[in-house]
Design a protein around this ligand. Structure first.
Ligand code: SAM
Ligand code: DTB
Ligand code: SF4
Length: 329
């Protein structure tokens, strides 16, 4: 049974706009009450099929219609993925997230191969996550049967802003896939991007959608836009660190137990900024020197960050350390 408190949009806006230090203090208090604040889940991203996507997502370097300088690559082999998973595990990642530049999954030999990949990575004792575009319910069930732990499908922004960024599918398509994932009892990873020209209302609209999912997503990635040359959003200004901290803090306050992932955009953040994000409730990162197609901080720099901040990576399949309900927030 879900015991989550649902905030109103007005409440969300007031939380986001609190004086910075009050917001940080409140979010840090909630975080400590529900989670081990020194524990950070480490995920590794692997682009198993890169570029050539038919969609028009305005932020995405992998859309075929934009002229970006990424290297297009067909679907990897199972043994390539197995090797990459070994590397990720050896460097401390408990989750491997496999991304494919697909509009949707099709029932073909490529999907069969992805199912094999899921089985192989699951057998290594890692949490397996995939982000493959839209899914039907039977496809979600096949992924679940292969051992998929989580499915990433971002709602990206508010419904109103979504229409301005993507025209080849709509918000309901996204929500429908999330429903199919839930029906197959795979955990849901869904969040979005800030820095696409959206208003604070849009940011809170996105959070409203997420908190109204029943149950709420087990993990919520907050990405700062990586503005890639050749995409329609190439000239968007860098997201100020203060916005990132505010967004993470608000997410933490309204979803006390969810894993909040400080996702894309870390190469532009210094250690102090990232420390504020962890203080505000972020408890997951993508580690490894590449996201899907764009750079991420060097692995050694992240290890140094963990050491300086005294953070420890979370083990695979471990639930939130504190067994509290979120009723009282
Ligand atoms: N094709 C699948 C889909 O769209 O669901 C999976 C891969 S897609 C690249 C996964 C997510 O990455 C997107 O939903 C978006 O939130 C995020 N993303 C893509 N490009 C980004 C960028 N330039 N900056 C920040 N996040 C980005
Ligand atoms: C998510 O929310 N962020 C990741 C993951 N889920 C798949 C992807 C970020 C992609 C950034 C742009 C790129 O590297 O292509
Ligand atoms: Fe394709 Fe996903 Fe990129 Fe959109 S975000 S263009 S669906 S790879």
């Amino acid at each position: 049974m879900s015991q989550e408190k649902k905030h109103t949009k007005g409440e969300l806006l007031s939380i986001y706009n609190l004086p910075f230090l009050d917001l940080l203090y409140k979010a840090a208090s909630v975080h400590r009450e529900f989670n081990d604040a020194n524990e950070v889940q480490v995920s590794s991203l692997l682009s198993i099929k890169t570029g050539g996507c038919s969609e028009d997502c305005g932020y995405c370097p992998q859309a075929a219609r934009y002229h970006t300088d990424i290297e297009v690559h067909k679907l990897m082999t199972v043994s390539q993925v197995s090797e990459a998973a070994d590397k990720a595990k050896a460097s401390g990642a408990s989750r491997l997230c496999m991304g494919a530049a697909w509009r949707e999954v099709r029932d073909n030999s490529d999907f069969d191969r992805v199912l094999e990949m899921v089985k192989v990575v699951n057998a290594k004792g890692m949490e397996v996550c995939a982000t493959l575009g839209m899914l039907t319910e039977p496809q979600a069930q096949k992924l679940a049967d292969a051992g998929l732990y989580a499915y990433n499908h971002n709602i990206d922004s508010s419904e109103e802003q979504y229409k301005k960024i993507i025209t080849t599918r709509n918000y309901d398509d996204r929500l429908n896939t999330i429903k199919n994932v839930r029906k197959a009892k795979v955990t849901v990873c869904s969040g979005g991007i800030i820095g696409m020209g959206e208003s604070i209302e849009d940011r809170m609209g996105m959070l409203m959608t997420l908190i109204n999912l029943t149950p709420q997503p087990e993990s919520v990635p907050i990405n700062a836009l990586v503005a890639v040359a050749g995409t329609p959003l190439e000239n968007q200004p860098l997201v100020p660190i203060w916005d990132m901290v505010r967004m993470i803090a608000t997410t933490r306050i309204v979803m006390p137990k969810t894993v909040v992932r400080l996702s894309a955009g870390r190469t532009h953040m210094n250690l102090e900024g990232q420390a504020l994000c962890f203080m505000a409730g972020a408890n997951s990162i993508f580690a490894g020197d590449k996201l899907l197609t764009t750079p991420n901080p060097e692995f050694s720099a992240d290890m140094e960050m963990f050491s300086i901040l005294g953070l420890k990576p979370r083990e695979a399949f471990k639930k939130s350390t504190k067994n509290k309900t979120a009723e009282l927030i």
